[in-house]
Ligand binder design. Structure first.
Ligand code: ADP
Ligand code: MG
Length: 688
C-alpha cells in the first residue's frame, strides 16, 4: 500500500520517507520502535522519581525568565501534591507570554532533582484547560532521520497498525501453524501490532531489552531468513561448474616428504577435506580457520599442488605486501620447479607488464596482494583462489575477487575457480556458524608439536631499564626480538615517523645490538631487505609498526615487545604475539602499558596474560566488542541483522537453525517467501 494513502503524507513527505528506506505502509510496520514512552498515566508530582520519564499535569503558578548570561525560561507548576519547575533554555518570549499563571499545563520529560525540587528540562508540553485524552498504549519512539519528525512517524505507524488491524492489506503468515501453536509463538500480525502499540500494562523492561515474545517472533523470522538465504547462496554456487582437480598422489607425497616436519593431525584432516572438495565438479567454498601459528600456509600449498598438478593456475592473495613476499619465499622452497609470479601494487611499469604476461602465460603459482585482482589482470587458467587472512581485506577487494572468478569463467566456458579462504581470527564456533553459514568450515584446532606456551607479562612504560635488560639477555643467547610501536595515527606517514623516533632512541639503549626498522612507508625492496636480514639473524631487534601483525614468520624470534599495548584490541594483540612462539624456544611477550588503564584495557591485558588460546581470546573480544566488530567492520555486511543479535539471541539462533532445516525439508515453497520478505527489508536498510 502506498504511503500517500495515509493521512499526513503528501508527495514530498513520501519521498523523504523513501529516502529513509520506508517505501510503503508495510515498511512502516517493519520499522520498529527504539524505545517507548509511557503517557498512559499522570504521575502526581510528590511521587516523581529522579532520572525517570514521567507525564505530569498541574497549574502554572508563575513563569519568568532568569537574567543570567543565558536567559532561562522557568515555569513553576503545582498539582496539589507538590510543585516543580519546567525549564527551557531555548525559547521564544511569545512562549513565556502564553504560560500565564493559573493556566493548566501537561508536560512529559525526564525528571531530575533540581535546586528547587523536581524539574524537567525541555519537556514536551501542551497548554490549556482541555487536555487530550491520555494515551491508551505506550507511545513508541522510532529511529528517525533529518527532515522526518517523530510525530510523523508515530502518526503514520498508528495508521499503519490500524489498517493492519482491519486487514486492509495483505500480510501473509509464513510460519507453519503447527509451530505457532506448539511453541506459543505469536502470529506476525499480532507481533507487529504489539510492538507498535504495547498496552499500558506491557512488560516495558522486556520490550526495552528486546526479549518480549512479540519481538522474539520478529527476530525468529529474520534469523530464519538469514539461514535460508545463506543456504540458497550455497546451493547456487553448487550449480556452477569448476574444474575437477583430483589429487596427484605422487606429487603430493613429494611435497610432503620435502617438508622439514610432518603435518599435525588437524592439518592432515583439513588438507584432506580440501582435496575432496577440489575433486568435485562444483566450486569449493571452504573457510579454513586456524589460530596464529597453526600452520595454514602449508595447507594452502597442498591445495595449490592439486591445481598445478592438473596444469592449471593457483593464486594466493595476502592482505599486506610483507606477508605476500613472505609467502613467495616459502612457496619458492615448497615448489622449486614451478613457475611462480609475484604481483603487488608497488610493481609498476615494464616489470608489471612482464608479470601480467606471465600470469596470462606460463605462471603456475601466482602470489601477491589485492593488485592481483585489478581489472587488467587476466589469468591463463585459474583453478584455485586462496585468500589468506581474509578478515583483513575490505569489502571492495573481496568483491573484485568474486568478479574475477566470474570473469575467468566467461573466458573459459562455465568454469569457476575453487576458493579457499583462510583466517586466523578465531571466531567462536557459534558466531562462525552464523556468519559463514554459506561456507564449509574447517578448523585447524591443534598447534604443531613442541610449541611452548608464550609467557606474557605486563610492564609499566616506566620500567624500561628492566625491559632493556631482558632484551639484551635474549639477544645474548642468540635469540631475536620484535618491538612494535602502536601509535594510533590515521596516516602511515605519522606511524612511520613514530617508529623512526623509537628506532633512534632504542639504538642508544642498545649500542651493542643490530637494530632494524620496518614500516609500511619503506619501498618494497627495502622492506624485503630488512626482513631478509632479520630472518638471517643479522638484525637482532626489529622495530616495527603493526605492519608485521599478519603472518610474518621468523621462528628464531622469541621476544615480542608491544609498546602501549592498551591501545590495541584483543585480536590485534593476539596476532602480534603470534609472531613469536613459532620455533621451539620458550618465547615471551611483554605488553608495555601507560597507567592508568581503563577498565576495558585492564580486562584486555589480563586476558592476554592469562591465555594463549585464540578461541578464548575471541570469546572475550566478543563480550567486549560485540559480533560486528569481532568479525571486522568489513564483514559486518554479512551480519547486519535489524532486530537480532547473534550474541544476545544465541538461543533464538539455535532454534531458528533447526527450524530452517525443517522448513527446507517440509515447506520449501515458504522458504523463498521468507527470504524475499526479509531480503527486501535488508536491502532497504543498506540504503539508509
Ligand atoms: P599460520 O599462517 O597458521 O599462522 P604458518 O603457516 O605461518 O602459520 O606456520 C607457522 C610456523 O609453523 C611456520 O614456521 C611453519 O613452517 C611451521 N609449521 C607448520 N606446520 C608445522 C608442523 N606440522 N610441524 C612443525 N612446524 C610446522
Ligand atoms: Mg599465515
Amino acid at each position: 500500500m502506498e504511503l500517500t494513502e495515509l493521512k499526513g503524507i503528501g508527495k514530498t513527505t513520501a519521498v523523504k520517507l523513501q529516502e529513509f528506506g520506508l517505501n510503503d505502509v508495510m515498511d512502516l510496520l517493519f520499522h520498529l520502535p527504539l524505545r517507548y514512552e509511557d503517557k498512559t498515566k499522570i504521575t502526581p508530582i510528590d511521587q516523581l522519581l529522579g532520572f525517570s520519564f514521567a507525564l505530569v499535569e498541574g497549574e502554572i503558578t508563575k513563569s519568568y525568565v532568569t537574567q543570567g548570561r543565558r536567559p532561562i525560561l522557568v515555569c513553576e507548576i503545582d498539582d496539589g501534591t507538590a510543585f516543580m519547575q519546567l525549564k527551557f533554555f531555548n525559547f521564544y518570549y511569545s512562549q513565556k507570554l502564553k504560560m500565564k499563571s493559573g493556566m493548566r499545563i501537561r508536560a512529559y520529560g525526564e525528571v531530575k532533582h533540581g535546586m528547587y525540587g523536581m524539574e524537567i528540562i525541555h519537556p514536551e508540553f501542551s497548554l490549556g484547560e482541555e487536555q487530550p485524552a491520555l494515551a491508551e498504549t505506550l507511545t513508541p519512539v522510532y529511529p528517525k532521520s533529518e527532515g522526518i519528525s517523530q510525530k510523523l512517524l508515530q502518526k503514520s505507524a498508528t495508521q499503519a497498525t490500524e489498517l493492519l488491524l482491519k486487514d486492509a492489506f495483505e500480510l501473509t503468515e509464513l510460519l507453519p501453524k503447527k509451530w505457532l501453536v506448539a511453541q506459543q509463538i505469536p502470529t506476525l500480525k499480532a507481533a507487529l501490532l504489539y510492538v507498535h502499540r504495547p498496552p499500558a500494562d506491557a512488560n516495558v523492561s522486556q520490550l526495552l531489552n528486546h526479549t518480549h515474545p512479540a519481538q522474539q517472533r520478529l527476530k525468529i523470522e529474520e534469523i530464519l531468513a538469514h539461514f535460508l538465504a545463506m543456504h540458497q547462496a550455497r546451493t547456487a554456487v553448487q550449480q556452477l561448474t569448476a574444474p575437477v582437480l583430483p589429487i596427484n598422489q605422487a606429487l603430493n607425497q613429494q611435497l610432503l616428504s620435502s617438508l622439514p616436519f610432518t603435518l599435525t593431525a588437524a592439518q592432515a584432516r583439513v588438507v584432506n577435506e580440501i582435496h575432496q572438495d577440489m575433486a568435485r565438479n562444483y566450486p569449493m567454498q571452504r573457510l579454513v580457520q586456524g589460530d596464529v601459528g597453526s600452520g595454514k600456509t602449508v595447507v594452502a600449498a597442498l591445495a595449490m599442488q592439486a591445481a598445478i598438478a592438473a596444469g592449471k593456475q593457483a593464486v594466493m592473495m595476502a592482505p599486506t605486501e610483507i606477508l605476500a613476499e613472505q609467502h613467495l619465499l616459502t612457496l619458492k622452497v615448497y615448489f622449486p620447479d614451478q613457475q611462480i609470479a609475484f604481483l603487488s601494487g608497488k610493481i609498476k611499469g615494464k616489470v608489471r607488464t612482464e608479470v601480467l604476461a606471465r600470469i596470462a602465460g606460463d605462471a603456475e603459482l601466482i602470489i601477491g596482494t589485492h593488485a592481483l585482482f585489478q581489472p587488467d589482470v587476466t589469468y591463463r587458467d585459474l583453478a584455485l583462489v586462496i585468500i589468506d587472512e581474509q578478515h583483513r581485506f575490505g569489502v571492495h577487494q573481496r568483491l573484485m575477487l568474486k568478479q574475477k572468478g566470474q570473469a575467468s569463467d566467461a573466458q573459459d566456458g562455465q568454469m569457476v575457480p575453487h576458493s579457499l579462504i583462510m583466517t586466523a581470527t578465531p571466531i567462536p564456533r557459534t558466531l562462525a556458524q552464523i556468519a559463514y553459514a554459506n561456507l564449509d568450515v574447517s578448523v585447524i584446532d591443534e598447534l604443531p608439536p613442541n610449541r611452548k606456551v608464550i609467557n606474557t607479562v605486563l610492564l609499566d612504560n616506566n620500567k624500561m631499564p628492566q625491559l632493556a635488560e631482558r632484551i639484551r639477555n635474549a639477544c645474548a643467547k642468540g635469540e631475536q626480538a620484535y618491538w612494535v610501536c602502536t601509535l594510533i595515527e590515521e596516516s602511515e606517514h605519522l606511524r612511520a615517523k613514530a617508529a623512526q623516533d623509537t628506532y633512534d632512541e632504542l639504538q642508544d639503549w642498545f649500542p651493542d645490538l643490530e637494530v632494524g626498522l620496518i614500516h609500511g612507508r619503506l619501498k618494497s625492496e627495502d622492506k624485503q631487505a630488512v626482513m631478509d636480514r632479520f630472518t638471517a639473524n643479522q638484525i637482532q631487534l626489529l622495530i616495527a609498526t603493526t605492519v608485521i601483525e599478519v603472518g610474518v614468520d621468523v621462528p628464531n624470534a622469541s621476544l615480542m615487545v608491544i609498546e602501549n599495548a592498551e591501545r590495541l584490541g584483543l585480536s590485534q594483540l593476539h596476532q602480534l604475539r603470534g609472531r613469536v612462539g613459532r620455533g621451539n624456544r620458550q618465547s615471551h611477550c611483554v605488553l608495555m602499558y601507560q597507567a592508568p588503564l581503563s577498565e576495558n584495557a585492564q580486562i584486555r591485558l589480563q586476558t592476554m596474560r592469562e591465555t594463549n588460546d585464540g578461541f578464548k581470546i575471541a570469546q572475550q573480544d566478543l563480550k567486549l566488542r560485540g559480533p560486528g566488530e569481532v568479525l571486522g567492520t568489513r564483514q559486518k555486511g554479512s551480519m547486519e541483522f535489524r532486530f537480532s543479535n547473534p550474541e544476545q539471541d544465541a538461543e533464538l539462533f539455535k532454534q531458528a537453525k533447526v527450524m530452517a532445516a525443517d522448513l527446507m525439508q517440509h515447506n520449501p515453497e515458504i522458504c523463498e517467501q521468507i527470504i524475499q520478505r526479509w531480503q527486501r527489508q535488508a536491502q532497504e536498510l543498506a540504503k539508509v
